[in-house]
Design a protein around this ligand. Structure first.
Ligand SMILES: Cc1ncc(C[n+]2csc(CCOP(=O)(O)OP(=O)(O)O)c2C)c(N)n1
Ligand SMILES: [Mg+2]
Length: 661
């Protein structure tokens, strides 16, 4: 049996699954079936019995709408995705949702669907591979040597993010990244020339890619191009495949009609007849096709067993490296991590971004999996590892990644690194530019990936740069993303605690929101320990024992201001409590008893103070409560003036509190 026949069988499965679901995208899988068959049967290194094999090739289907292509391949390749799953495409509780979902379907390497994201994931995977190879391979033992294959579509290449990540990949010379461009020149609205006319070859060549061009339905050409791309290790490769969307359908191929709706029973019959498939047997797969994949599996199993022997020998010969290897594979954090944290002088004025930078220096030495950088704001985000060296073109030993001014790309690349399985990526930018990363943050949260964002300059208090740079609504909008943990520490000591929480949170991203301006280091010999941060909110101070008459709740730089105000308020002979509330998400994980103990419902006079918009605070201040927040854009001025003008002063807090009392 030839790979051409396999491709036609896949076309049949894609058509049938979409028809059965009465929704979906048959065109792209039909156009891509040829490339995918050659890749899976002749090149891809995988082991369906060990889907987390660190040295497997990665395969990313960036146009996630072509999901039936991936599901068909996983079914045929023996990933345990049985035929009923294909028949249940897009149905409740199936393993075959509309777009591929990481963590749900064995063999799916990343969740795709939002065009462009997968391209970034692939770049991140290839970067992780290069880093791990550099760190762990020895002359006599190669632990890491695999490719990242990505399929990208017209839509992927139009998206801005592809410009960011492919530019970065070319710059870094990620030679083991191989992308196949499904150049069918069709998108939803019609021909690509409606909106897209650049020369993709020239574009990618100018990024530093090795570009090949094939007839995307000619298996010999595809095979040859893949061989060429693999041999070419100095640059990433793009194989431009000239394809027909819906290839095989007599009346719909080459048209936007078959992009996103079932072909229809009649057209499917015509197509099957044209392809030589049995017209009356839906979901048809002859035994020989399974046999072909089984043969390929045996070849790959040999490769896998050889790798296992290499690892065993490595363990013997390189025990220290093996310890670090394991630490990466399991993203280990030493149990005594808190003892590695820097000390901060009580009452000194330290910006939490500076504190974070100091913490990072310590973590860099103790958590081998941790690796990151910034989108060109390293000196401001304090993400730079001192004397750590830079990752650069063909150089992967450094401790600092320079993502360039590519926040969106950074987010998707971080996701790819996390998906690779052995890196905890972090990335820095200003909080206001979190919006530029948002689609990638959302996917990290959806995929339950451990990525860490270092968002500094977290409020109007960055001052003179003015409203374009001052985050206002970002805090609330990040809190709206499910499974993202947002932490806005009050001082240096809470910052160290926040990093530890982020490192412990293996099943979701964390955003650390840090100040530009100095804030007093809370004296922990007087106040409770900062690691109480892990419960999201804690009682920082109370004027005297008893039921509180008034509660001030704050996060970040506003906590210290509240402490000042609370001491004055207590002179009115009432019981005042200050709650530091660095993270709503962590607080919501507490039991009702704990939550009630910190914020008792019976105390109705509650004032929240936060340099962000008030959206959502009603949940914690209650009906009778109030907020001192900012519901407009900020202004350019020194931060002390802004504090006066916008009411973030002990005096204004005191005034408001007395008014409430
Ligand atoms: C970020 C993003 N924007 C819009 C969409 C909706 N969408 C899905 S497929 C598609 C067109 C894709 O064209 P192409 O990538 O060439 O795929 P083809 O039509 O060739 O299958 C669009 C706009 C999306 N999935 N992601
Ligand atoms: Mg297209």
């Amino acid at each position: 049996m030839k790979t051409e026949t396999v491709a036609d069988i896949i076309r049949g499965l894609a058509m049938d699954a979409v028809q059965q679901a009465n929704s979906g995208h048959p065109g792209a899988p039909m156009g891509l079936a040829d490339f995918a068959s050659v890749l899976f049967l002749k090149h891809l290194k995988y082991n369906p019995e060990k889907t987390n094999w660190p040295d497997r090739d990665r395969f990313v289907l960036s146009p996630g709408h072509a999901s039936t292509l991936l599901y068909s391949l996983l079914h045929l390749a023996g990933y345990g995705l049985d035929m009923d799953q294909l028949k249940n495409f897009r149905q409740w509780d199936s393993l075959t949702p509309g777009h591929p979902e990481y963590g749900l379907t064995p063999g799916v390497e990343t969740t795709t669907g939002p065009l462009g994201q997968g391209s970034g994931n692939a770049v991140g995977m290839a970067l992780a591979e290069a880093v791990m190879a550099e760190r762990f391979n020895e002359d006599d033992a190669t632990l890491v040597d695999h490719h990242t294959y990505a399929i990208v579509s017209d839509g992927d290449l139009m998206e801005g993010i592809s410009h960011e990540v492919f530019s970065l990949a070319g710059h870094l010379k990620l030679g083991k990244l191989i992308a196949f461009y499904d150049s069918n020149r069709i998108t939803i609205e019609g021909q690509t020339d409606l909106a897209y006319s650049e020369d993709t070859r020239k574009r990618m060549e100018s990024y530093g890619w090795h570009v090949l061009e094939v007839d995307g339905h000619d298996h010999a050409q595809i095979d040859e191009a893949l061989t060429d791309a693999k041999a070419h290790t100095a640059q990433p490769s793009l194989i431009i495949g000239h394809t027909l969307i819906g290839k095989g359908s007599p009346n719909k191929q080459g048209t936007a009609n078959c992009h996103g709706s079932p072909l229809g029973k009649e057209e499917i019959a015509l197509t099957k007849a044209a392809l030589g498939l049995p017209v009356d047997t839906p979901f048809y797969v002859p035994e020989e096709v399974y046999s072909l994949f089984a043969e390929r599996k045996q070849v790959n199993l040999e490769v896998y067993r050889t790798w296992e022997r290499t690892l065993a020998a490595y363990r013997e010969k390189y025990p220290d490296e093996t310890t670090r290897w394991e630490a990466c594979q399991h993203r280990l954090v030493p149990e005594d991590i808190s003892t590695h944290m820097p000390a901060f002088e009580a009452d000194a004025s330290v910006a939490t971004r500076i504190a974070s930078g100091k913490v990072l220096q310590a973590l860099n030495k103790t958590v081998p999996a941790l690796l990151g950088g910034s989108a060109d704001l390293g000196p401001s985000n304090n993400t730079e590892i001192k004397d750590g060296g830079s990752i650069g073109p063909g150089r992967f030993s450094g401790a600092n990644i320079h993502f360039g001014i590519r926040e969106h790309g950074m987010g998707a690349v971080m996701n790819g690194m996390a998906l690779h399985g052995d890196i905890i990526p972090y990335g820095g930018t200003f909080l206001v530019f979190a919006d530029y990363c948002r689609p990638a943050i959302r996917l990290a949260a959806l995929m339950e990936l451990q990525t860490i964002y270092v968002f500094t300059h977290d409020s109007i208090f960055l001052g003179e740069d003015g409203p374009t740079h001052q985050a206002v609504e970002q805090l609330a909008s990040l809190r709206a993303i499910p499974n993202l943990t947002v932490i806005r520490p009050a001082d240096a000591t809470e910052t160290a605690a926040a990093w530890q929480v982020a490192l412990a949170r293996k099943k979701g991203p964390t955003a650390l929101l840090l100040t530009r301006q100095g804030v007093p280091v809370i004296n922990r010999s007087i106040y409770p320990p900062a690691d109480l941060l892990k419960s999201g909110a804690y009682i920082l101070w109370q004027s005297r024992e008893g039921h509180p008459d008034f509660i001030l709740i704050a996060s970040g730089s506003e906590v210290s201001i509240c402490l000042d105000a609370a001491r004055k308020l207590a002179e009115d002979n009432i019981i005042v409590r200050v709650v530091s509330m660095p993270s709503w998400e962590l607080f919501e994980e507490q039991t009702p008893e704990v939550k009630h103990q910190i914020l008792p419902q019976s105390c109705i006079r509650r004032l929240a103070v936060e340099a962000g918009c008030d959206m959502g605070w009603e949940r914690y201040v209650g009906e009778k409560g109030r907020t001192i927040t900012i519901n407009r854009f900020g202004a350019s001025a020194p931060h002390t003036i802004l504090a006066e003008k916008f009411g973030f002063t002990p005096e204004n807090i005191l005034r408001t509190a007395r008014d409430m009392l």
